[in-house]
Design a protein around this ligand. Structure first.
Ligand code: ZN
Ligand code: ZN
Length: 269
C-alpha cells in the first residue's frame, strides 16, 4: 500500500488521487452552479451564492459542508459574483494540489486512519469460518454471508480425515481417506451428539446432518496432503494418540516440489 517503486506513486496515493479528484470536481461543479444560478436569478449577494453552492454540494455525500464554516465569508462585500467565482475556482486548483501532496507524501508510519482498516480487510479475506465436518478444511467462500445468499459451504480441496482427528474404530489407526472420496462410497463413520448413543452413519448422507454443505465427490485428491501425511505421520499419531496409518505405497513417491506444485494448481482452479 505504501511501497514506492521508482517514480510510480504508492497505491495509497493512487487511491487517494482518484477520490480527491472526484471531490474537487464536484466542488468545481457546485461553484459554477452557484454562479449560474445567481446570474439567472439576478442575485448579486454572496449569501445567495453560498446557499446555492451548499445546496449543490449537499446533493452528494462527497464532502459534508455546512453554513457554519462559511459564516465569515457571508458578510463579505462582493461587487462582482462572476469575478468572485473565478477567484474561488483558481484557489480550488491550488488547494487540490496541496491536498494531493499530503497523500503523496504519506507513508505507513504517518498515515492517520479514521478507523483501522486492517480488521475489516482481514474479515473480508478470511470470509466464512465454517470448516468441513470431516477434515476441518476451511470453507472457500470469501463472503461470510454466502449461505443466506444461497451458496453452500464448499472447500477448494479436502484432506485425509486423520488430520482432523479421525481414527479407524477397532484399530485406532489414523485415517488416510479423504472425505471427498469417502462420500462417494458406502463407507460409514460413528457419530454422536452430546449424550446421545453413538450411531453409524454413511458419509454419503452427510447432507442430512449438514444441509448447508456441498462436498464434491472426487477421487482426484490433494497431493500436498498425501505428502504431509507421509512426512508427519508420527507427529499426527503422537498428537491424537493414534496408531500410525496404512499409507498407500504410491503416496511415498510424491516429492515436496510436487506437493507444493499441486497447491498452486489447486488454488488456480
Ligand atoms: Zn473435508
Ligand atoms: Zn462457508
Amino acid at each position: 500500500m505504501f511501497e514506492c517503486k521508482g517514480n510510480v506513486e504508492t497505491k495509497y496515493a493512487d487511491l487517494a488521487n482518484s477520490r480527491v479528484h472526484q471531490v474537487f470536481c464536484h466542488l468545481s461543479e457546485s461553484i459554477q452552479e452557484a454562479n449560474e444560478l445567481c446570474s439567472r436569478l439576478g442575485q448579486s449577494n454572496v449569501k445567495h451564492w453560498i446557499d446555492n453552492f451548499l445546496n449543490h454540494v449537499g446533493e452528494s455525500n462527497y464532502l459534508p459542508l455546512s453554513n457554519d464554516i462559511l459564516i465569515h465569508v457571508q458578510s463579505r462585500k462582493v461587487s462582482d459574483i462572476r469575478n468572485f467565482t473565478e477567484m474561488v475556482l483558481d484557489a480550488l486548483k491550488d488547494t487540490e494540489s496541496i491536498v494531493l501532496k499530503t497523500f503523496q507524501t504519506t507513508i505507513a508510519s504517518t498515515v492517520q486512519w479514521n478507523e483501522n482498516p486492517i480488521p475489516q480487510i482481514m474479515n473480508r479475506l478470511w470470509g466464512c469460518e465454517a470448516k468441513c465436518m470431516f477434515c476441518y478444511e476451511p470453507c472457500k467462500n470469501t463472503d461470510s454471508d454466502h449461505i443466506t445468499l444461497g451458496f453452500p459451504h464448499q472447500c477448494i480441496q479436502h484432506r485425509p480425515m486423520g488430520i482432523r482427528g479421525f481414527a479407524w474404530a477397532g484399530t485406532d489407526k489414523f485415517i488416510v481417506d479423504f472425505c471427498n472420496y469417502s462420500i462417494s462410497t458406502e463407507k460409514t463413520y460413528k457419530w454422536h451428539e452430546n449424550d446421545e448413543k453413538e450411531v453409524w452413519k454413511y458419509y454419503k448422507d452427510y447432507k442430512k446432518l449438514y444441509p448447508d454443505w456441498d462436498i464434491l465427490p472426487s477421487s482426484d485428491v490433494s497431493k500436498y496432503w498425501m505428502w504431509v501425511v507421509c512426512k508427519y505421520q508420527q507427529e499426527f499419531a503422537d498428537l491424537y494418540g493414534f496408531k500410525l496409518p496404512d499409507i498407500p505405497v504410491h503416496w511415498w513417491n510424491i516429492t515436496k516440489e510436487k506437493a507444493i506444485e499441486s497447491i498452486s494448481s489447486t488454488s488456480q482452479t
